[in-house]
Design a protein around this ligand. Sequence first.
Ligand SMILES: CC(C)(COP(=O)(O)OP(=O)(O)OC[C@H]1O[C@@H](n2cnc3c(N)ncnc32)[C@H](O)[C@@H]1OP(=O)(O)O)[C@@H](O)C(=O)NCCC(=O)NCCS
Length: 185
Amino acid sequence: MIDTEALRTQPELTGENIVLAQLDESCFEPAWRALREPETIRLTGTHTVFTEDQIRTWLASRPGLDDRADYAILRKEDRGYLGEVVLSDFDGDNRSAAFRIALTGPDVFGKGYGTEATKLILDFAFDVVGVHRVSLEVFDFNPRAQRVYEKCGFVREGLQREALWWDGEWHDVVTMAILKNDPRP
Ligand SMILES: CC(C)(COP(=O)(O)OP(=O)(O)OC[C@H]1O[C@@H](n2cnc3c(N)ncnc32)[C@H](O)[C@@H]1OP(=O)(O)O)[C@@H](O)C(=O)NCCC(=O)NCCS
């Protein structure tokens, strides 16, 4: 069974260099800046242009939900906002969930934060919430993300051919997943 109470209360998850804390309205300024960062927009394939109001409303409505976990990734030393990592699309019958992550921009890429955040939220999903399977989608032009996911134990399962239209070209979307009993290096 999925522990919906764990999702509702979303405990803070502490790693070596980061803390995962409930995403909420206090994250508005850096989250809003990140939504206008071209490299993050490209790597997440975000076609939608959000308004400030939409983002404020979205952030304010995150705490207390029991069907997803929206975490802010914070630098441990000063609780500076580094991005978000999310478990969503919970399927209680099949104990599965979807995963996504986005750091704020190139100044914080490649410093190990993404790997640490992914490991922390996977441990939470499997060991606390009781999930059996976590899946994700990643674009063919994002080898850094694919490397991070493989490092954390995700296994490549398939390829959705030409599922993304970006910058005048079609791109393939790789699907990956990790099961509860897969190695989590
Ligand atoms: C994807 C993302 C979460 C990864 O987090 P990160 O903190 O930047 O990554 P880390 O520093 O933890 O690890 C990067 C790894 O990728 C490797 N890497 C970097 N560039 C690479 C490339 N072009 N090809 C292959 N591997 C690459 C690094 O060497 C490192 O692996 P290593 O530890 O074995 O050396 C982050 O870059 C991000 O948010 N990017 C923008 C949004 C995004 O891409 N989201 C994912 C959408 S599916």
